[in-house]
Design a protein around this ligand. Structure first.
Ligand SMILES: [Zn+2]
Length: 214
């Protein structure tokens, strides 16, 4: 995330100061979360001891633990393929669940990733693991899109990466404006994807086309 700060003294207009990314969540204190979910039920006016709710606090705590611990390491291989160059690779149709950090409500993110392998190519499942890892935390779609782009750029040692994400946000469909059909699309393109409009267009056709009607 970046924040624009206006500095009139400099005479140079707004200055963008990059903000550090939130750190990945640490291990979940399951016992404490169980206790807090029980207290939450009490605050809702519920009886956490009644049939139906008795096992809810540990069940919810176990879910939080599994959600926040998802794919902490991005295992997966890179392969050498010396004669591979100038080929556009697009992996699409990846669907991950994350949680909107503003409302703690789920968002489903459909992810498509494109890159230009040059002598080295990434194992295909690695794309899914990276998407899962950045989804398994409190997120916003815009940051998720950038983080996945930067991670893949770092792994392939090139900026020639593009990531398109289409999100369905329950905080927009089940609360607030309650627009069930609303979708949010984000695109982060860097390197040649940013400089070459034809390549950018090819990526979008492959990324969006395989998702069905956008
Ligand atoms: Zn939200």
């Amino acid at each position: 995330m970046t924040k624009a700060v206006y500095c009139p003294a400099s005479g140079q207009g707004p200055v963008v100061r990059p903000q550090p990314d939130p750190v990945a969540p640490g291990p979940v204190d399951i016992e404490r979360v169980t206790e807090l979910i029980g207290q939450l039920l009490v605050a809702f006016g519920e009886d956490p001891g009644r049939e139906g709710l008795a096992e809810t606090p540990p069940r919810v705590a176990a879910w939080w633990n599994s959600f926040l611990s998802a794919e902490l390491s991005a295992r997966g291989a890179c392969f050498t393929e010396a004669r591979l160059s100038n080929q556009l690779v697009v992996v699409s149709g990846m669907s991950v669940w994350s949680l909107c950090e503003h409302h703690l409500l789920p968002m489903n993110l459909e992810v498509a990733i494109g890159y230009l392998p040059d002598g080295e190519m990434m194992g295909l499942s690695k794309f899914g693991r990276i998407a899962l890892r950045y989804a398994g935390r409190l997120q916003v779609q815009e940051r998720f899109t950038r983080q996945v782009t930067e991670e893949i750029g770092g792994l392939i040692g090139s900026k020639d990466v593009a990531v398109a994400v289409r999100g369905t946000h329950l905080c927009m469909s089940m609360r607030g404006v309650r627009m069930e059909a609303a979708r949010t699309t984000t695109l982060q393109a860097s390197g040649r994807f940013q400089d070459d409009p034809v390549l950018s267009q090819q990526f979008l056709v492959l990324a969006m086309g395989q998702r069905g009607a956008a």
